[in-house]
Design a protein around this ligand. Structure first.
Ligand code: PHE
Length: 523
């Protein structure tokens, strides 16, 4: 190892790291769910709550995860093990969640590829026929996955970092252009803006606050090992505070801009075409309403549609890349296999699971409810299991580990003292300047409590859902099934960890270089 810095397995530059992490964060959550949730929960009131959630939960969890990864320079299992052998299972947990997300996110990614490629033929009204055609859905899911595989296969520096450096600015450029165009459409624009952003705190309510908090987790890719893994590829020299501020600012800006691109155009379309009651939420907003809007713009609309959906593909792609990387990293390091083999095995398994997910969603969109799990189509089932139940737990784990387990102070009272934690963190290489003290209080006490609230009410909402018409809550055995599946997965992850991972070597980032070197020699 003559030249260690050059040979380090990871991002080559600080900006490369920021763009890759922003690539993970910026995804369907920004371009699609943020805008419609904002419109639903009181416009600017929601935006305000969201930004607050990013500051008091998002930033804190991100720093925690990033530091846990960066200090270990290893996969999430090794990273948590390095803090304490008895919490290594949190790392396994942090790999399991992305594994399941890949399976359904790729189906949606496939939809976006189809819509981008089909822009010139016209996407208006194809939702049912396309989604109902299982073969086509599977094919587009495969195309989307192959794109992601190619990037991850080329490695962190040569694949993920390089791709992010090109794709993220492209995405931003398209988004700004579409938003500006949309804002100058004239008729309907102010109604659209009013619908999107008009602050209405009565619409926000407790549900809206919870939605804002959980949106912050999802949008920033927290609670699932991604920032642990990307952090492990970041050199000791990157400035944690600065990098995280940039990632959060980019992520929030893109989310806000997406609404500015979408709603003025939707309302403009309504005003000119006289159409009323177009869907402004959920899957239909992106895959049914927007194609109509583009169609209403004539030939230029086709070009716009192409760029818009290409942008969504980019956003989804850079997110799936990060999900794939986390799982691949563990497989490479734990089983000492080459990156190429690792990614192919991981992707093949995920692809197999994505098939029934794609079919089930297609059936439901065509009004056929014959393929449900716990009363949900497979996509929503996996989404609820991972995002509502498991993701907050992963984030809580990161805060607890960093806030309480990094060090065993000699004096018992120091255990509860955030200022002591701040000093410990500094010694450990996490220097946040003036923010350090605030961070220590937050990560030890405030943020974990807030996350617990998100978890408890999220689970409650699944088990006791409110009737969509009467608003009255009632017990749902299907909901209970979802929650039990999720917690069952936790138990399995813990058991597997203690049986197969705790005592054995789980590897680190340097191993990948050795594996590749060995391979070259063998050839
Ligand atoms: N943050 C991504 C989004 O906003 C989604 C994502 C979640 C990506 C989890 C990776 C991990 O869409």
């Amino acid at each position: 190892m003559e030249n260690k810095t050059q040979k380090r397995n990871g991002f080559a530059s600080g900006i490369g790291f920021i763009l890759a992490a922003a690539g993970s964060a910026i995804g369907l959550g920004n371009l699609w769910s943020f805008p419609y949730k904002t419109a639903k929960y009181g416009g600017a009131a929601f935006v305000f709550t969201y930004i607050l959630s990013v500051l008091i939960i998002g930033v804190i969890v991100m720093v925690a995860e990033l530091h846990i990864g960066r200090r270990s320079q290893a996969n999430p299992v090794s990273a948590y093990k390095k803090v304490n052998k008895n919490v290594g299972w949190l790392g396994l947990f942090a790999v399991l969640i992305p594994f399941f997300i890949i399976c359904y996110y790729s189906v949606l990614g496939g939809y976006t590829v189809k819509y981008a490629m089909n822009s010139f033929a016209g996407n208006a009204g194809i939702l049912e026929t396309f989604t109902g055609n299982a073969g086509e859905v599977i094919m587009y899911t495969a195309i989307f996955m192959i794109l992601a595989i190619l990037v991850v296969m080329a490695g962190v520096k040569g694949g993920i970092e390089k791709a992010s450096k090109v794709l993220m600015p492209t995405l931003f450029f398209i988004l700004v252009a579409v938003a500006v165009y949309s804002l100058f459409l004239g008729e309907g624009v102010s109604e659209g803006l009013n619908f999107y952003l008009n602050p209405d705190f009565s619409e926000l309510g407790f549900d809206g606050i919870l939605a804002a908090m959980s949106q912050a987790f999802f949008s920033l890719s927290l609670g699932m090992g991604i920032m642990v893994s990307y952090g492990s590829y970041a050199g000791k020299e990157i400035k944690v505070g600065q990098s995280i501020s940039m990632i959060c600012i980019f992520d929030t800006m893109v989310a806000l801009l997406a609404g500015l691109a979408i709603f003025p155009a939707v309302y403009h379309y309504q005003a000119v075409s006289g159409a009323t009651n177009v869907e402004t939420g959920g899957l239909l907003l992106m895959f049914q309403t927007l194609p109509l809007v583009f169609e209403g713009m004539g030939t230029f609309g086709q070009i716009l549609s192409f760029f818009f959906f290409a942008m969504v593909v980019i956003a989804a792609l850079t997110s799936v890349i990060s999900l794939l990387e986390v799982v691949t990293q563990l497989v490479i390091q734990k089983f000492h296999v080459q990156r190429k083999k690792a990614i192919l095995v991981v992707a093949a398994i995920c692809f197999a699971i994505s098939i029934p997910i794609g079919i089930s969603l297609g059936l439901v969109l065509n009004g056929d409810k014959s393929m449900l799990i716990c009363g949900q189509n497979w996509l929503d089932f996996f989404d609820l299991v991972t995002n509502v139940v498991l993701m907050p737990l992963g984030a809580l784990g990161a805060c607890m580990v960093l806030g309480w387990m990094l060090d065993k102070p000699a004096k018992k009272s120091d255990m509860f003292n955030p200022m002591y934690l701040n000093e410990t963190l500094k010694k450990d290489g996490l220097n946040l300047g003036w923010f350090g003290k605030v961070f220590a209080v937050m990560v030890k006490y405030v943020t974990p409590l807030l996350i617990l609230v998100v978890e408890i009410f999220g689970v409650f909402d699944i088990i006791m859902p409110a009737n969509s018409i009467t608003g009255i809550r009632a017990f749902s055995s299907n909901g209970l099934g979802i929650v039990l599946t999720a917690y069952g997965l936790c138990v399995v992850a813990i058991a597997v960890y203690f049986m197969f991972f705790k005592k054995s070597e789980t590897g680190n980032n340097a191993d990948e270089l050795l594996i590749e070197e060995k391979q070259v020699k063998a050839e």
